[in-house]
Design a protein around this ligand. Structure first.
Ligand code: ATP
Length: 256
């Protein structure tokens, strides 16, 4: 039986008079790849921002892995096991790829600032572990040969992989990816699809925003569709694809 991981209900987010999200509810089960689609401005990124604590919702409820995360701060959300990537890549451009991933792990470190300054044995061991784990993660996402390069010198596709490695460094239960295939060529997209499948098979649940409908149909177990801040459909890809409300939202006309 599927095990519930995330549940939101009645989530509303307003910007002045604009209802970016209106009463959105959904559930994500452990081990799923759950897709979020919808036309431009539908509210997908706003929902990600609510789920990762960047935006405070006006109404609703939000529980994750048995924890109440409604209106929690981003650091609490990350520590609870939700990590994300951004639509516009947000790496530390002037740090190496390896350093970017090492930073991601500091969410889970134990030795304090004094230990780091005085090089306590515990802090030194922890730093070595972080270095080794970051090296492993670069290999895991397929960019180990770029570890010593500055993030800004990586190709676009590799920067996207690096963002995923940095998110995985926080040891998430749920990985939220905002348009990870944007700007990728078909080969890169296919490789990314394989990486997402591997991540899921290794036990991390995935929430995915993507405009590449074919990729979403191939990859996702279930998909929710947002339009003007409301959820208009949810289900397995084939069902969603043929839903008249979804076709109308995308094409602007009701199917005959
Ligand atoms: N910080 C903000 N202040 C004001 N309005 C905002 C803010 N963030 C989002 N919006 C508005 O909320 C609505 C939903 O935007 P959102 O970025 O969530 O859509 P989206 O589905 O992610 O779109 P896209 O596919 O183009 O990325 C839009 O009308 C947008 O202009």
């Amino acid at each position: 039986m599927s095990e519930l991981l995330l549940k939101i209900d009645g989530i509303t987010k307003r910007f002045g008079g604009l209802h970016a999200l209106s009463g959105v509810g959904l559930t994500i089960n452990k081990g799923e790849i759950y897709g979020l689609i919808g036309p431009n401005g539908a509210g997908k990124t706003t929902l990600f921002n609510v789920l990762t604590g960047l935006y405070q919702p006006d109404e609703g409820s939000f529980s994750f892995n048995g924890l109440d995360l409604f209106r929690q701060k981003p650091n609490v959300v990350v520590e609870s096991g939700i990590a994300r990537t951004f639509q516009n890549i947000r790496l530390f451009a002037n740090m190496t790829a390896l350093e970017n991933v090492m930073v991601g792990q500091h969410v889970r470190t134990r030795s304090g600032i004094l230990g780091a300054i005085f090089h306590s044995p515990k802090a030194v061991k922890e730093e070595n572990d972080i270095h080794n784990k970051a090296t492993e993660l670069l290999a895991y996402v397929g960019i180990s040969k770029h570890g010593k390069e500055l993030a800004r010198n990586l190709s676009y596709g590799d920067q996207r992989r690096l963002e995923i490695a940095r998110a995985l460094a926080t040891r998430p239960t749920l990985l939220a990816l905002d348009e990870p295939a944007a700007g990728m060529n078909p080969k890169e997209t296919d490789d990314l699809k394989k990486l997402m499948e591997k991540i899921r098979n290794d036990g991390v649940t995935i929430l995915l925003i993507e405009h590449d409908v074919k990729l979403m149909m191939d990859l996702c177990d279930r998909i929710a569709v947002l339009d003007y801040g409301k959820k208009i459909a949810e289900g397995v890809p084939n069902m969603v694809k043929n839903d008249p409300r979804v076709i109308e939202a995308y094409l602007g006309v009701a199917p005959e």
